[in-house]
Design a protein around this ligand. Structure first.
Ligand SMILES: C[S@@+](CC[C@H](N)C(=O)[O-])C[C@H]1O[C@@H](n2cnc3c(N)ncnc32)[C@H](O)[C@@H]1O
Length: 246
């Protein structure tokens, strides 16, 4: 693992981003529950035996919790660059503490995956959009090497729209979904107001921290890395879930 002080220096996502994401994350992500169901379904094939999932940028740990609770033979290696997120996830996952390990890492650094050993699955939810195109392409190759045979890489993330028209469609749809989810989760517009106030919709307000890539390019990089059975299983409001296996 990398030297922690260098991670703190270079991480572009800050503690206040984490605080805000922990507070409203489920309302800010389009149909996160649908994503979760797809992820869980994709892991079923491994569940008869012990298997290990690396959750890249675990955040508050909602996905790790879902995997550990649904699949008693699963183990999760939970990675994040933010101490606050790791502590939050640790608290959340105390009931499964014997099956989860936490590591601080910097996604921008090369070869953070090398000490993990071969694993069954890498999951990356809203994480790799922090990497630019060439960093993503290299990461896909490295993760392919880090998987066991028949292992899987599952990505759910913001996608770069190809045209001006699709950017505006993604922006509008994301706004509409957050408004709808704010009402359904909180009974009021608190999450939507936050989303607007903080200019969270990067399709309207681009932020240099976020470097989404075109979906077709990412599918090509998966193929070039060696992945097969590449498919897109979810797309809403500029967010896609796609996957490939070894
Ligand atoms: C949008 S959140 C997503 C978290 C989680 N996957 C989820 O779906 O709730 C992005 C996560 O990436 C982490 N992160 C941002 N930059 C990072 C970096 N350079 N290295 C490691 N983690 C980073 C943040 O701490 C945060 O937990």
């Amino acid at each position: 693992m990398n030297d922690i002080s260098s991670i703190d220096r270079e991480i572009k996502w800050n503690e206040s981003d984490s605080e805000q994401f922990l507070q409203f994350g489920k309302a800010l992500v389009p149909y996160r529950e649908k994503m979760e169901k797809i992820l869980i379904d994709l892991l079923f094939t491994y569940s008869q035996n012990e298997f290990t999932v690396v959750d890249i940028c675990v955040g508050g740990g909602w996905l790790a919790e879902s995997i550990l609770k649904r699949y008693p033979k699963s183990k999760v290696i939970a990675l994040d660059g933010c101490e606050k997120m790791l502590n939050y996830a640790k608290d959340r996952l105390t009931s499964c503490a014997d099956r989860v390990t936490f590591k601080k890492f910097d996604i921008h650094k090369q070869s953070w995956e090398e000490n993990l050993g071969k694993v069954d699955c890498f999951t990356s939810i809203l994480a790799i959009h922090h990497l630019n195109d060439s960093e993503k392409e290299m990461l896909f190759k490295r993760l392919y090497s880090g998987l066991k045979r028949k292992g899987r890489f599952i990505i759910a993330d913001i996608i770069k729209p190809v045209t001006e028209e699709s950017r505006l469609i993604a922006a509008r749809e994301w706004d509409e979904i957050v408004e709808e989810q704010s009402m359904s989760f909180y009974g009021d517009l608190r999450a939507y107001k936050f989303f607007e106030r903080e200019q969270w919709n990067i399709f309207y307000y681009p932020d240099p921290v976020d470097k989404p890539s075109i979906l077709a390019s990412q599918l090509k990089w998966l193929k070039n890395a060696g992945f097969r059975n590449i498919e897109v299983l979810f797309y809403h409001a500029g967010h896609a879930l796609f996957t490939g296996s070894k």
